[in-house]
Design a protein around this ligand. Structure first.
Ligand code: Q9C
Ligand code: ZN
Length: 670
C-alpha cells in the first residue's frame, strides 16, 4: 500500500512584495526546501505522485463565506497599493497577485490527497502546499493563511465519502484557531492542537486558545487545546501529550479519517517556535496516528520550520519532513534521542487538559483535578517582551543560530520486513518470509523436528539478523513461551542491549529476567500479581483481563507506551501468553502496531504453538498492513482505572513519562 505526495511548483510563485517584518519569513523557499529534501533523499521517488487541482468555489464555500471568497478573487487584479490595503484588515498575512491562484491549488492539493486515500488508491500521504491554512477563518485571512486547507478537506471527506468522524491533529507550533472556529460546535470533527501560548502572550494571543476552550454545544469535548506556556519543550513533552491526551481520546473517538495540520515550526531550530523537540519525534507522532482510521492519514503542510540557518542539509525542516514521509512509507522510526520526562510546565498543561475534558471522555473520567492555581487561564499583562527579558527569565535559547541537535539516526528498512518461524503445516502468511530452520540450526528441517531446541536456536539467529539490519521483525510459534524467551533475552543482554518484554494474558511471574535492568518486563493480565515484586517486572492487573479492550487500551496508552519510550529498548519481545484472558484480535493487532514505534521496529512476537489462528492477524500487523479499528470504546472499568492509577503513581518516581500532573509544591521551575 502506497503513500501519496501531492505537490506543484506553482505554489512557490507568490511572495511578499513590500516590507513587513511579520511576514518576511514566509517565503517560497520554505516549500521548495521541503520538496527538495524529499527528492534528494530518494523518498519522493518512492511515493505515488498525485497532481494538484484547483479547488472549486463549492469546495472553498464548505468553510468560507461567499463575501470573503469574492473579495479574495479580486486580489489578482489589484494594484500593489490596493493589495497592501486589502492585507491590512487581517493579521500577519500578505497578498500577491498570484496568492489566490496558489490558495486554490493548496486547497485542491489537500482534496486530491483525500480522494487518493478515501478511494483506496493510496494508503496515506502528504500534501506540500503553500499558502498554509489553519489560521484562516470563515471570512478572514490570517497568519499567512488564505483558505483553510485542512478544514475544507475534513468537510469534503464527510460530504463526498459519507464518513462520520474526522480527527484533525495540529502539530504546528501555532494554534489553528481557524480550524477550531470551523468545528467548535461540531461533534463529528475532533480537533487537537498544541501550541506555544505562554499564557496568551504568543501570537495569535487568543483567550480561546487555552485548554478550557473545549468546544460548544453538541461539540463540547471535541476541541482539545494543549497550550505550551514555556518555550523549549522537548521530545518527552510531545510524547507525553500523545500518550496521556491524544491517543486515549482518539481511540475512544474512533475516527474514519485522520488529517494532520503538519507544521514543522514545532521542531528544534525554528526561531518562531523556539521548541526543542528533535526531528525524529515526527516519526513517532506519525507512527502513533497511523493505525487509527484503518491507516487513512492525510498530512497537509502548514508552516515548515525556518530553513535559513545552519547547514542546508542539516536543517530541522528537511529532517522533519523526511522522517514523516519515511514513516508514512512504513520505514522503522528512529529512536528518539535523549528522551526526558515532561517538564513541570508541560505537566501542568496536560493536567489542565485532562481535567477540562473529564466530563466528555470516559478515558479521563478518573483524571486528577486541575491544579489549584488557575494560572493557565489568567491573562498575564500583555507587554512588549523583549529578548532580554526572556533571557533573564531563563526561558529563551542563547542564540537562534547556535541551536544544534544530532542528525536523526538513519533508519534504512531491512530487506526483509517480517520473518516467521512456524511449522511447515502452517501456511506462510502473505508478505512474510519463512525463516527456515535448516539454514540456521544444525540439521533441523523436517516438520517433526520443529521442537523447542530447534525453535530456540532459530530465534537467536533471527534476533541476530535483526541486529544486522537484515530483518525488521519476526513471529514465532513456540511450545513454551517463557522457555523460548530466555535465550533471546540472554542473547540481547550479552550484547548489553535493553530488551522490553511485554506479556499479554496468562499467569505466572517471569523467571528469566536479568537483575541488571537489561530487560524490563510488563505483564498485562487478569492473573498478574497485584504488587510489583521485582524492579524490572511490572505486573498490570486488569479485572476482566485483556479481553476488556478499554482496559487494555488504557494500560497501553497510559502505562505501557510511556514506559516503553522512556526505557528505549533495542528490541521488543512481545509474548502472547496462553489462556482465555485473550485480547481481541483487533486489540492485539493494535498493540503489535503501536509497539513497532520502539526499538526501530525490531520486534519479535512469540505465540503459543496451539494459537495458530493468531499467526495471520499478527503477521498482518507486523508487515504493516492497515489495521481494523477497535470500534468506539466504552468506558473502562473503574477498578481497572484505579488500579492503573495506583500503579502509575508508584512507578512515576522512577519513570517520568508516566506523570500526568505537575508537582504540588515548587511548581514554578522545571
Ligand atoms: N508579531 C503558520 O505557522 N506571526 N503561520 C505573527 C506578530 C505570525 C504562522 C507575529 C505567524 C503565522 C501557518
Ligand atoms: Zn505555525
Amino acid at each position: 500500500m502506497e503513500t501519496a505526495l501531492v505537490y506543484d511548483e506553482e505554489m512557490t510563485r507568490y511572495k511578499l512584495l513590500w516590507l513587513d517584518p511579520d511576514c518576511e519569513i514566509e517565503r517560497p523557499e520554505r516549500l521548495t526546501a521541503s520538496h527538495e529534501a524529499l527528492v534528494r533523499s530518494g523518498l519522493a521517488a518512492r511515493c505515488v505522485s498525485i497532481p494538484v487541482r484547483q479547488a472549486t468555489d463549492a469546495d472553498i464555500l464548505l468553510i468560507h463565506s461567499e463575501e470573503y471568497l469574492e473579495a479574495v478573487k479580486k486580489t489578482p487584479y489589484m494594484t500593489l497599493e490596493d493589495l497592501r490595503e486589502f492585507t491590512l484588515q487581517y493579521g500577519a498575512v500578505y497578498f500577491h497577485p498570484n496568492s489566490y491562484h496558489c490558495a486554490t491549488l493548496a486547497v485542491g492539493a489537500a482534496l486530491q490527497l483525500v480522494d487518493g486515500v478515501m478511494t483506496g488508491r493510496v494508503r496515506n500521504g502528504i500534501a506540500l502546499v503553500r499558502p498554509p491554512g489553519h489560521h484562516s477563518m470563515r471570512s478572514a485571512a490570517s497568519g499567512f493563511c488564505v483558505f483553510n486547507n485542512v478544514a475544507i478537506a475534513a468537510k469534503y471527506a464527510q460530504q463526498k465519502y459519507g464518513i462520520q468522524r474526522v480527527l484533525i491533529v495540529d502539530w504546528d507550533i501555532h494554534h489553528g484557531q481557524g480550524v477550531q472556529y470551523a468545528f467548535e460546535d461540531d461533534p463529528s470533527v475532533l480537533y487537537l492542537s498544541w501550541h506555544r501560548y505562554e499564557h496568551q502572550k504568543f501570537w495569535p494571543e487568543l483567550r480561546e486558545s487555552d485548554y478550557d476552550s473545549v468546544g460548544k454545544d453538541k461539540g463540547a469535548g471535541f476541541n482539545i487545546n494543549v497550550p505550551w506556556n514555556k518555550v523549549g519543550m522537548q521530545n518527552g513533552d510531545y510524547l507525553a501529550v500523545f500518550c496521556h491526551v491524544l491517543l486515549p481520546v482518539a481511540y475512544e473517538f474512533c475516527p474514519d479519517l485522520v488529517l494532520v495540520c503538519a507544521g514543522f515550526d514545532s521542531a528544534i531550530g525554528d526561531p518562531e517556535g523556539e521548541m526543542c523537540a528533535t526531528p525524529e519525534i515526527f516519526a513517532h507522532l506519525t507512527h502513533l496516528l497511523m493505525n487509527l482510521a484503518g491507516g487513512k492519514l492525510c498530512a497537509v503542510l502548514e508552516h515548515p520550520a525556518n530553513i535559513f540557518q545552519g547547514g542546508y542539509n542539516l536543517t530541522s525542516l528537511s529532517q522533519s519532513v523526511c522522517v514523516t514521509v519515511q514513516t508514512l512509507l512504513g520505514y522503522p522510526a528512529p529512536r528518539p534521542a535523549d528522551l526526558q520526562g515532561p517538564c513541570q510546565s508541560a505537566l501542568e498543561s496536560i493536567q489542565c487538559v485532562r481535567a477540562a475534558h473529564r466530563k466528555y471522555w470516559s478515558c479521563f473520567k478518573h483524571a486528577a483535578e486541575a491544579p489549584p492555581s488557575d494560572i493557565s487561564t489568567k491573562r498575564i499583562k500583555l507587554e512588549e517582551k523583549g529578548r532580554e527579558e526572556k533571557l533573564q527569565r531563563g526561558e529563551g535559547v542563547e542564540s537562534k543560530d547556535g541551536v544544534t541537535w544530532p542528525e536523526p539516526q538513519k533508519c534504512v528498512p531491512p530487506p526483509v520486513r517480517t520473518a516467521v518461524v512456524i511449522p511447515e503445516d502452517v501456511a506462510s502468511p502473505e508478505g512474510c518470509k519463512r525463516f527456515s530452520l535448516s539454514e540456521h540450526a544444525d540439521s533441523l528441517s523436517a516438520e517433526e523436528d520443529f521442537d523447542d531446541d530447534a525453535v530456540m536456536s532459530s530465534l537467536t539467529a533471527l534476533v541476530g539478523k535483526m541486529e544486522n539490519n537484515e530483518i525488521c521483525n519476526g513471529l514465532a510459534l513456540v511450545g513454551d513461551i517463557s522457555m523460548a524467551m530466555a535465550p533471546v533475552i540472554r542473547h540481547a543482554t550479552a550484547l548489553k542491549q535493553r530488551v522490553l518484554v511485554v506479556c499479554v494474558g496468562g499467569t505466572g511471574v517471569l523467571s528469566h529476567l536479568p537483575e541488571d535492568g537489561t530487560a524490563l518486563a510488563v505483564h498485562v493480565s487478569k492473573e498478574a500479581p497485584e504488587e510489583p515484586q521485582l524492579k524490572h517486572y511490572i505486573p498490570v492487573r486488569l479485572k476482566n483481563g485483556c479481553g476488556h479492550t478499554s482496559g487494555l487500551a488504557q494500560a497501553t496508552f497510559g502505562l505501557l507506551l510511556p514506559l516503553a519510550y522512556e526505557y528505549d529498548p533495542a528490541l521488543v519481545l512481545l509474548a502472547r501468553m496462553p489462556g482465555t484472558d485473550g485480547a481481541s484480535d483487533c486489540a492485539w493487532q493494535q498493540l503489535v502496531g503501536l509497539l513497532q514505534g520502539l526499538a526501530r521496529g525490531r520486534m519479535l512476537v512469540l505465540i503459543q504453538r496451539d494459537d495458530k489462528a493468531l499467526v495471520s492477524p499478527t503477521s498482518a500487523s507486523l508487515s504493516g498492513s492497515p489495521l481494523p479499528c477497535l470500534g468506539r470504546l466504552p468506558a473502562p472499568l473503574a477498578e481497572d482505572v484505579e488500579a492503573l492509577e495506583r500503579l502509575r503513581r508508584r512507578l512515576q518516581v522512577d519513570w517520568l513519562l508516566l506523570r500526568t500532573s505537575a508537582q504540588k509544591s515548587g511548581g514554578e521551575d522545571n
